[in-house]
Design a protein around this ligand. Structure first.
Ligand code: NAD
Ligand code: KPL
Length: 303
């Protein structure tokens, strides 16, 4: 069965190249006829691994292509996911599987509401990739992808494809807790890395501020019924800061490049969830205000 992949960006390209080289059928879905022509002119998608570039001539199409899509990997940013899914809804039949690669929370529910008859499988990935040119992806960091379906614990048979493609993955019985945990990590690290304009490692110098944020994030996770995701949060944040000391966080990279951030699906989602529960989290809310003011000064979207 063909893997349709929407979003020939960093993660979409990384998945597409590995699935294709394992001999599995893959088709990329590009934004429009202009992007399709640009892609065809390049002769395919290039993946750079360990400094070695290799081009994969993966077939591509636009969202308007008439063929049905039985399996879709949605690999766009969280803020593009709902509109992208809505555009493909007519092509997704009653038994389609849709894998959602978006970071944070909020976009998954929006997509699921648009695709009521598809099975939506949520993913949480620590793999790292970036684009260094049009249709060129650099595999920057080994990681792992958890997949799961909050509505159905049965793993799909196509996980065998990921095995064949050497995509490190596992099936999680509690994918929402994993997504909440990652969201909390990202809320503790990414906004501060933007506000202090620093690599993750420099956040070790703001240990008290991070400890206070982790305490509030822990209370939020518990209030949301994600007690397991709250366990030892501060210790894990410290470990991630150490392990990624030389890196700029993804949010820092977005801001530095003048790109829209996924703030609404990270800090925004956390603050909204707290507000819905009447939970006062003053440090988290102050962090959101500071980050929004910072984005506004740079003319970047606040959502
Ligand atoms: P990206 O910006 O590199 O790629 C997204 C691609 O989707 C872009 O090429 C964009 O043009 C395309 N797109 C958007 N809307 C579209 C549409 N309607 N039709 C066709 N194409 C469309 O983003 P990314 O870094 O791959 O991130 C995707 C998601 O994965 C994000 O939520 C991100 O947080 C998450 N993530 C990324 C990484 C990483 O290392 N890049 C790691 C973990 C999680
Ligand atoms: O996920 C990350 C990100 O940058 O988005 C962390 C783990 C914080 C590493 O920078």
């Amino acid at each position: 069965m063909t893997w349709h992949i929407l979003g020939a960006g960093s993660l979409g390209g990384l998945w597409a190249a590995r699935l294709a080289r394992a001999g599995l059928p893959v088709r990329l879905i590009l934004r429009d006829a202009q992007r399709l022509a640009a892609y065809r002119a390049q002769g395919g998608l290039t993946l750079v691994e360990d400094g070695v570039a290799r081009r994969y001539p993966i077939p591509a199409e636009t969202p308007q292509h008439p063929a049905a899509i039985p399996r879709l990997l949605l690999a766009c940013k969280a803020y593009d996911a709902e509109a992208a899914a809505a555009a493909l809804a007519p092509r997704l039949g009653g038994h389609s599987d849709v894998v959602l690669l978006q970071n944070g929370l909020g976009s998954q529910d929006a997509v699921a509401a648009r695709l009521a008859s598809s099975r939506c499988i949520l993913a949480s990935s620590t793999e790292g990739a970036f684009r260094d040119g049009d249709f060129r992806v650099v595999f920057a960091g080994a990681g792992f992808t958890w997949l799961g379906d909050p509505r159905d614990p049965t793993p799909p048979a196509w996980l065998a494809d990921l095995q064949a493609a050497a995509i490190p993955h596992g099936w999680s019985a509690d994918i929402l807790s994993r997504l909440w945990r990652k969201l909390a990590l990202n809320c503790a690290i990414n906004p501060l890395s933007v506000l202090y304009d620093c690599r993750n490692g420099a956040l070790a110098g703001h240990a008290e501020e991070i400890a206070d944020l982790c305490a509030e994030l822990g209370r939020l996770l518990e209030a949301c019924g994600r007690t397991e995701a709250a366990l030892d949060l501060r210790d894990e944040v410290t470990r991630v800061i150490e392990a990624t000391a030389g890196n700029f966080s993804s949010m820092h990279q977005d801001v530095a490049r003048g790109r829209r951030t996924e703030i609404a699906y990270l800090l925004g989602h956390a603050c909204a969830a707290a507000a819905r529960r009447g939970l006062a989290l003053p440090r988290l809310q102050a962090l959101q205000r500071r980050l929004r003011a910072h984005l506004e000064r740079r003319g970047l979207p606040l959502d």
